[in-house]
Design a protein. Structure first.
Length: 157
């Protein structure tokens, strides 16, 4: 009886240890684009001198990116396209670069209301190495709809 109870207890303990040791946290990542390293779906967290394609996403109304740390001092340009199926209704896109902690708007750009399905946007800001910003985007149309956003940056030193 003691042996059976002991075996059952050890079996349950071993099973629990296996379950706990196999549990891990998973993060969404994009394709490695042949470079051997995958990047977070939320975008590059440190923006270094040069530039890069951050990613594409669909948004309704507005979006605020995770914090981006500047890897160099210089002129930061955030740009891309916004595409919407607006059924001929006027729409526009507003892009703001905000201080990551205070939320203060450091730079912004608002496109002219148009009825075309695709618009380009760009906003610039002089940044310092280590500065932390967030990119806020708002898509405005009536009736409410989704927009497909492509986001890239260029940091010139």
């Amino acid at each position: 009886m003691k042996t059976t109870l002991k075996r059952r207890f050890l079996s349950i303990l071993l099973a629990l240890m296996m379950v706990v040791s196999l549990t891990s946290v998973g993060y969404a990542v994009g394709p490695d684009n042949g470079g051997g390293t995958a990047s977070p779906m939320s975008g590059t967290e440190t923006w270094n001198a040069g530039g890069g394609y951050v990613g594409a996403f669909t948004m309704a109304a507005s979006n605020l990116t995770p914090v981006k740390t500047m890897g160099a001092s210089g002129l930061l340009q955030v740009y891309g396209t916004a595409e919407a199926n607006n059924n001929g209704n006027p729409w526009w896109i507003k892009v703001q670069l905000k201080d990551a902690f205070s939320g203060e708007v450091l730079a912004q750009s608002t496109s002219t209301p148009r009825t075309s399905s695709k618009q380009a946007y760009a906003v610039s800001l002089n940044v310092t190495k280590g500065q932390k910003i967030r990119v806020y985007m708002a898509y405005v149309t009536k009736p409410a709809n989704n927009a497909y956003i492509q986001l890239a940056y260029l940091l010139s030193t």
